[in-house]
Ligand binder design. Structure first.
Ligand SMILES: [Zn+2]
Length: 238
């Protein structure tokens, strides 16, 4: 391997990161790269009526660890509260601190347009934390500055407004294991609000059709960095 990457997939709630880029993360893990799933909240307020919010938080953290293990990565859940995420100093510093400690190179997170306010804030928190982690002028517990190399958005059913993929990643070999990881989450298998499992199985199939393979997951460049989408025209591939 020429270069070892640390890929960090960051979601607003436990389950988002794995849903969005779990198969891509597994592809990296299988190639010997490091993978971390970072959840800003547990997503504990989507609790079924017979489970308390606190008990559901514990359940989701446990499910996230099982899913991460199957996908060849680690799972970290921060203490922020579901549906109360903020783009503030405390949140940005907490994520910056993780960037400085764990030093990821590639970060994948939500698209910026979402019906869920926590999802829409997540990429803004990530970009602010990227800046803060990189600037020597910010002191965070004596940790050395660290700059991420690349950031991408990925697909979530709640974030689809104007999401047009830039990169299709062939995950045919990883897709079965990805679905097994998703099945660790009770809400993905049993939600009465949304057919998560069916949706993501079908999405991987549809994206695979477009990519002329069996299964694919997609990525999107951040707005403002979206100036170079490819290096070649047909017949002149590099
Ligand atoms: Zn979510």
């Amino acid at each position: 391997m020429n270069h070892k990457y640390h890929v960090m997939v960051i979601g607003a709630h436990c389950g988002d990161a794995e849903i969005q880029a779990g198969a891509i993360a597994l592809k990296y893990a299988k190639a010997g790269h490091e993978v971390t799933f970072l959840h800003l909240t547990a997503g504990e307020k989507g609790n079924p009526s017979h489970v308390t919010v606190e008990a559901y938080r514990k359940q989701k953290v446990k499910e996230s660890k099982e899913a991460a293990k199957i996908l060849g990565g680690k799972s970290i859940t921060l203490d922020f509260r579901d549906a109360e995420l903020k783009l503030d100093e405390e949140t940005v510093t907490a994520v910056s601190k993780i960037f400085r400690e764990l030093r990821p190179n590639v970060v994948i997170t939500h698209w910026e347009k979402s019906i869920h306010p926590d999802h829409a804030l997540c990429p803004k928190i990530v970009q602010s934390a990227w800046l803060k982690a990189a600037l020597t002028g910010f002191e965070i517990e004596g940790l050395a500055p660290h700059s991420i190399t690349r950031m991408f958005h990925s697909e979530n059913w709640e974030d689809m407004e104007d999401y047009v993929p830039d990169i299709f990643v062939d995950v045919s070999e990883e897709f079965e294991t990805y679905l097994r990881a998703l099945s660790q989450y009770d809400f993905i298998m049993n939600s009465s609000d949304f057919r998560y499992f069916d949706y993501y199985q079908a999405l991987g199939t549809v994206r695979g059709c477009i990519a002329r393979t069996t299964y694919a997951q997609t990525l999107k460049f951040p707005v403002g960095m979206n100036t170079r989408k490819g290096m070649s025209i047909p017949g002149f591939e590099l």
